[in-house]
Design a protein around this ligand. Structure first.
Ligand SMILES: CCCCCCCCCCCCCCCCCCCCCC(=O)SCCNC(=O)CCNC(=O)[C@H](O)C(C)(C)COP(=O)(O)OP(=O)(O)OC[C@H]1O[C@@H](n2cnc3c(N)ncnc32)[C@H](O)[C@@H]1OP(=O)(O)O
Ligand SMILES: Cc1cc2nc3c(=O)[nH]c(=O)nc-3n(C[C@H](O)[C@H](O)[C@H](O)COP(=O)(O)OP(=O)(O)OC[C@H]3O[C@@H](n4cnc5c(N)ncnc54)[C@H](O)[C@@H]3O)c2cc1C
Length: 674
């Protein structure tokens, strides 16, 4: 596959797909990056970071032992950290870190096929210092954390409790005599469990513990705790720490456990932005809202939506390129084998992945802007927008992670047997993303948080009170009756809101009917939770459909006609896909007829055919470099079979023609001598 100059040629099918694409791929890249300038900066950063030799592993990571994998990940993390520190400073230092943190996150995938043991340091330790410390504490901890003298993680979850934070058992008891907190793990179930980097890497961590002072418990609060000696890295006396063992994924993240035996830390190591302990042990609460210490979790939930959108874009790129290269079966007897991308069922599996990656990314950008507004409000002492934002970020985190995990698995299915190869990278992308459904708040638990807000909003609508923006639709659909059906995109979005309103109304009725039978409100709520989760899902789906549609229209206002057309096809496909997926709900809550359903299906299939010629162009527009994709099946040049063979030959089992187990076991077995 090389020409006579030694330049590797692109697979012919892929080259033809690109030649036939109806639009300028760069135009969509600019849209997704938020403007041409962002693309230029991203590419510059990628160019100077991804040329490094440290990217090439002689033995694939997945062929290493757990210990070697971890050591390799630490080595690369340190080199990556240094690279970021040294070279990014040339790009304007810390100011660049903010807007370009998504770029850094992208590049990190070229270094770590799994995950960096330092991710929690940058992803949660540093943000928690920013969000939970006073200015004085920040000036002490931030420079040390950013220069990596202090390396930290976020240890909240315990063996016994992850979801129910109020049930955490680790105690931090204030001792006014020495002006210290005494950290203690009273039970096995109180051991911290899961924190990334805790097992072997970090020397500090943020510990969430029940604060006791003057004989009273004031609930959970965060503390900065040094756990290892900075010189020897040995655990400090009173600390029991280790790694929790192999997992479905995250195997280079050295997730750890941690227990305290009456371990003392200075008073000022309590993160004091939202509550303080005075020297004499007096507790001063500064958080008027009450849940400000949950701030880091909210921040990460916002970040995760972008994270899964990007991972879905990677999986879609791999699966679509592979489907353009792979040929299998025959459509009509004697005809050449078609590209598998020409099977309509394959298009059904894959085009929704492209559309969902767009939907989640545009929703994530919108969520980030909304979050920035909430943060500004909080800085000015206003917390009114927090309940709505908590409800919104909770459901978007739940639905985006769940959708992305399911669709990434669908990408793997669509690559047949080769998708099962680690070298395709699909198994690792899946194992990483499926964890996002659980961490930072489990799917069901977060949807129930949203449901709580929705039920309150419904009651406010009933009482004629004004509603906040994301639930204002409840006023419109408040009266019983089916939502009128209209098959335009706007009509489908309205129907999605109508379905959400119908489901919320049904939940309210169920709860009230159950209370009428003598049940407590809590029991009535509990019995209604299956419906409540479904109502929160419907609400979230309507929000995503609405934001995706309106943002895509806004973003493409000045685009070329062809880009506008293909972007519109994708949004329409997304809306039709979900209308068909939730057809039972539409039949129940809207005036959709049987003929309308037939028309929806027909339009959906027409859209698959329309998008087909642009499919490769659309995934090229994600502009994910080969080093970041890390996939034998998805590389830009489409040399799928060559790469599969090259990677197979790197397997340590192929290093010698005969493995010693032949002489030790097989031969004796064959000769009846075992
Ligand atoms: C070198 C490489 C570098 C690369 C470069 C990189 C650059 C950096 C880039 C970084 C990339 C990052 C990527 C990601 C990767 C990160 C990996 C992360 C790993 C995972 C970390 C974790 O996994 S870490 C643990 C998270 N663990 C949870 O997530 C527990 C869930 N559990 C709860 O979160 C609470 O338990 C739960 C249910 C709310 C009940 O809390 P609760 O019992 O206290 O409260 P109640 O239910 O009683 O509710 C009482 C009222 O509080 C209201 N309320 C509740 N919460 C509220 C809130 N947050 N805000 C406002 N209001 C809130 C509620 O709405 C009620 O309001 P009302 O009364 O009005 O109805
Ligand atoms: C890869 C990974 C990395 C992690 N990293 C960290 C980290 O760095 N730091 C950290 O502190 N934690 C970390 N965690 C822990 C993570 O935050 C928790 O696992 C998560 O919040 C879920 O809590 P849990 O494990 O207690 O699940 P549980 O709450 O025990 O959930 C088990 C089941 O019970 C259900 N359930 C629980 N409560 C309710 C309820 N009220 N109503 C209905 N159903 C309910 C859930 O839906 C679920 O089906 C990590 C976890 C993973 C998987």
């Amino acid at each position: 596959m090389s020409d006579n100059k030694g330049v590797r040629r692109v697979n012919e099918d892929l080259a033809r797909e690109r030649a036939n694409c109806s639009f300028d791929v760069r135009e969509i890249t600019f849209l997704l990056d938020g403007g041409e300038n962002n693309t230029i900066t991203r590419k510059k950063i990628e160019d100077f970071t991804l040329t490094d030799e440290l990217l090439s592993d002689k033995v694939p990571d997945e062929c290493l032992s757990p210990k070697e994998k971890y050591e390799n990940a630490v080595r690369k993390s340190c080199l990556f950290g240094k690279l970021v520190k040294d070279k990014l400073l040339e790009f304007g230092g810390l100011e660049t870190f903010g807007p370009n943190s998504f770029v850094l996150r992208r590049i990190a995938d070229a270094f770590f096929k799994e995950i960096s043991p330092l991710l929690l340091h940058l992803g949660m330790f540093v943000p928690t210092i920013l969000g939970q410390c006073t200015a004085e504490q920040q000036s002490e901890w931030l420079p040390r954390a950013l220069s990596m003298q202090v390396i930290g993680t976020y240890a909240q979850t315990e063996l016994g409790h992850g979801t129910f934070i109020r049930g955490l058992e680790t105690t931090a008891t204030y001792d006014p005599e020495t002006e210290e907190f005494v950290l203690h793990s009273p039970t096995l179930s109180s051991f911290k469990w899961w924190a990334g980097g805790l097992g072997k890497t970090v020397n500090h961590c943020i510990v969430v513990a029940q604060l006791h002072t003057k004989g009273q418990c004031h609930g959970t609060h965060p503390f900065i705790v040094q756990i290892r000696d900075l010189e020897t890295h040995q655990p400090l006396p009173g600390i029991k720490v280790g790694e929790i063992g192999p997992k479905l994924g995250f195997n280079t993240a050295d997730n750890g456990f941690l227990g305290f035996d009456k371990y003392r830390i200075p008073r000022m190591n309590m993160m004091m932005k939202n509550a303080q302990i005075l020297k004499d042990g007096t507790y001063v609460k500064l958080d008027r809202h009450g849940k400000m210490t949950y701030g880091t979790m909210v921040f990460i939930r916002v970040m995760v939506v972008n994270e899964v959108a990007f991972n879905l874009a990677k999986a879609a790129t791999i699966a679509v390129r592979y489907s353009a290269v792979r040929r299998q079966s025959e459509k009509k007897p004697g005809e050449p084998e078609p590209q598998i991308l020409d099977y309509v069922t394959q298009q059904h599996k894959l085009f929704i992945c492209i559309a969902t990656a767009h939907a989640l990314q545009l929703t994530s950008d919108w969520l980030w802007r909304t979050f920035s507004g909430v943060v500004t409000d909080i800085k000015h002492g206003k917390t009114d927008s927090l309940p709505e934002f908590h409800a919104l970020s909770s459901c978007l985190k739940a639905i985006s992670t769940s959708d992305a995990a399911l669709l990434i698995e669908q990408c793997r299915h669509s690559c047949g047997g080769h998708g099962y190869m680690m070298s395709s990278n699909l198994p690792l992308i899946y194992s990483f993303v499926t964890a996002t459904r659980t961490y930072e708040g489990d799917y069901t638990v977060l949807l129930l948080q949203t449901a709580r807000f929705l039920i309150k909003a419904w009651e406010q609508a009933e009482a004629g009170k004004p509603l906040t923006p994301t639930v204002s639709y409840l006023t419109k659909y408040f009266k019983d009756g089916r939502v009128p059906w209209d098959s335009t995109s706007e009509g489908i979005v309205n129907a999605a809101y109508g379905v959400a309103a119908g489901k919320i109304s049904a939940c309210v009725k169920s709860i009230r009917n159950r209370v009428k039978t003598g049940l407590s409100y809590e029991d009535a709520w509990d019995l209604t939770t299956v419906q409540l989760v479904a109502a929160a899902e419907a609400h979230c789906r309507a929000v995503i459909c609405d934001v995706y549609r309106s943002e895509a229209v806004r973003l493409t206002e000045k685009s070329s006609p062809n880009v506008r057309a293909v972007m519109r096809q994708l949004t329409t496909l997304y809306l039709h896909y979900w209308a068909l997926e939730r057809i039972g709900d539409l039949l129940r809550y809207s005036a959709v007829s049987e003929e309308d359903v037939v028309a929806l299906q027909q339009k959906y299939e027409e859209l698959l055919a329309l998008i087909r010629p642009d499919a490769v162009g659309l995934v090229d527009a994600f502009d994910i470099r080969d080093e970041i994709l890390n996939s034998t099946l998805g590389a830009y040049d489409g040399r799928v079979y060559e790469r599969l063979m090259e990677e197979a030959l790197k397997s340590p089992l192929n290093a010698e023609p005969v493995n010693r187990s032949f002489h030790m076991y097989l031969k004796p077995l064959m000769q009846g001598k075992l």
